[in-house]
Design a binder for this molecule. Structure first.
Ligand SMILES: [Mn+2]
Length: 340
């Protein structure tokens, strides 16, 4: 989601206009490029990495795309997704490493090499709360998706847009604008999307692949999760809970719960939605996701608990039992709502 600096005290000056040419020039001379993204990748992280991967391969560069986790179910059709590697050899070295949509260095996988094997590290991001962990930080909180930044890099390299790259960029925009619905939707992403259609993207095919090919088990899980939907006393906070038991019983996986929280936010009168995902690994670390209707900056709430994100979409992990975690979040959200 697009993250305007509105409401954030002392926003960092990312100077994307100055950093775009720096990223482009680092890639101009690179022979071997590593593309990686945050763990548990979403459509933007994966789509933006694969778009750059496609373009750089077309330019004759050696490209490795790496993520140790399962790729998001509805984005596995993207060109190049089949070649994403889950490991990187201990001796492999790169001229440039690009991290897309990551937010923080520690959200990258364990095999991402350190300097000097990683080469120049480019942090490509649009998160409001991102850290400047790259040698080059091409960060633009105004960009609707990181795919837009990938598009600008490909343009900067003077490389014509292929259909494969166009599909990946379009997917990244769909993912982060909720199919052109969220406030992140802006003239720039619509202009880029128009150009992507001119390069062979079929919008209905993309919609079907991303939104209308869901595993039946996901819908069964959604039915169970929606049964946990609750409003607090004010009617402004809606919560849903995803328990380990529900996930196991429906034979699904947590990555299939992506989007469930939007149902909670869509309840009339709700300002903030929170989803609580019980740890599947037997730890006490709950994952909490937030969505805001726009009046509360949920990235600030997530940040209090060591997480981050955007104004309208953020997340964090909290240790504790279900009740403790719910109480912490209810209080933090009530506090934020008292300022609205
Ligand atoms: Mn993103």
């Amino acid at each position: 989601m697009k993250a305007r600096n509105r409401g954030v005290a002392n926003p960092r000056e990312w100077s994307p206009r100055e950093n775009l040419p720096r990223a482009v020039s680092a890639l101009q001379s690179a022979r071997r490029v590593l593309l990686t993204m945050h763990r548990g990748p979403d459509g933007d992280a994966l789509g933006s990495a694969l778009a750059l991967g496609a373009a750089l391969r077309e330019m004759g560069r050696e490209v490795v795309v790496y993520n140790p986790d399962e790729l998001p179910y509805n984005f596995r059709f993207l060109p190049g997704a089949g070649e994403v590697r889950r490991e990187i050899g201990a001796a492999e070295a790169f001229d440039v490493t690009i991290a897309t949509d990551a937010g923080a260095r520690d959200r990258l996988g364990p095999h991402v090499p350190e300097t000097p094997r990683r080469g120049v590290l480019i942090n490509l991001d649009h998160h409001l709360t991102t850290e400047p962990f790259g040698d080059i930080n091409y960060v633009d909180p105004e960009a609707a998706s990181v795919g837009i930044l990938a598009y600008k890099i490909i343009q900067g390299l003077g490389h014509p847009l292929s259909r494969d790259a166009a599909i990946c960029i379009y997917a990244s925009i769909l993912a982060d604008t909720g199919c052109f619905r969220y406030s992140s939707t802006d003239p720039e992403c619509l202009r880029v999307a128009a150009e992507l259609l001119e390069h062979g993207v079929d919008p209905w095919e993309m919609t079907v692949r991303v939104y209308e090919q869901q595993p039946l088990a996901r819908m069964k899980l959604l039915a169970e999760v929606l049964a946990t939907l609750e409003l607090d006393q004010s009617g402004k906070l809606a919560t849903i809970t995803i328990t380990r038991e529900m996930v196991t019983r429906t034979g699904t996986h947590l990555d299939l719960t992506d989007g469930f929280i939007n149902y909670a936010r869509s309840v009339d009168g709700v300002e903030v939605a929170a989803s609580f995902s019980e740890p599947l690994d037997g730890t006490r670390s709950w994952h909490v996701s937030f969505r805001s209707r726009g009046n509360v900056d949920v990235s600030r709430i997530a940040k209090k608990f060591g997480g981050g994100g955007h104004r309208n979409a953020a997340g964090c992990s909290i240790d504790g039992d279900a009740q403790e975690v719910r109480a912490l979040i209810s209080n933090a959200v009530a506090e934020a709502l008292s300022h609205v």
